[in-house]
Design a protein around this ligand. Structure first.
Ligand code: CU
Length: 148
């Protein structure tokens, strides 16, 4: 929607201005640079243990998420789902496990989400959403399997 309007604006000014192509290209480039700069600065997930799709031994106690910048645990959410035997099963309210308090390190860049005491073998999905210190929310799904 926004893109369509911007193109319309560029076309209209092209008819009015003597050097419109050059000017609109300059503004587009400046806009894109600002956009790319802010996207690159966003906090992101830099690592997870286990990595996506990995199989964990039965005795695993927690999964770990690591972020590029500090996050605010009070405004973050970690929902663990047991989805059973199908790797592509969808996490829902029906298969969500009871919440356990995540453990956050002093720098607030690393979050350990506890697994159930004796986790059932099968596929799990961690549905996470964090509020980063830059004020943006980021979210994702981490799938992994607990070995029998
Ligand atoms: Cu951001």
């Amino acid at each position: 929607m926004r893109e369509t309007r911007s193109h319309g604006y560029a076309e209209r000014s092209a008819r009015r201005c003597a050097a419109p192509g050059f000017l609109s290209r300059v503004f587009w480039t400046m806009g894109l640079m600002l956009l790319c700069g802010s996207v690159a600065a966003h906090t992101r997930l830099t690592n997870s243990v286990p990595p996506e799709g990995a199989v964990l031994p039965a005795g695993t106690h927690a999964v770990t998420l690591e972020f590029s910048e500090a996050v605010q645990p009070r405004f973050s959410d970690f929902a663990l789902h047991f989805v059973g035997v199908a790797a592509d099963a969808v996490p829902s309210a029906d298969n969500e496990l009871p919440r356990q308090e995540p453990v956050v390190d002093a720098a607030r860049k690393r979050v350990d989400v506890p697994l159930p005491e004796a986790p059932q073998a099968g596929w799990y999905v961690l549905d996470w959403e964090v509020l980063a210190d830059d004020g943006h929310r980021i979210e994702g799904l981490l799938r992994f399997r607990i070995a029998p």
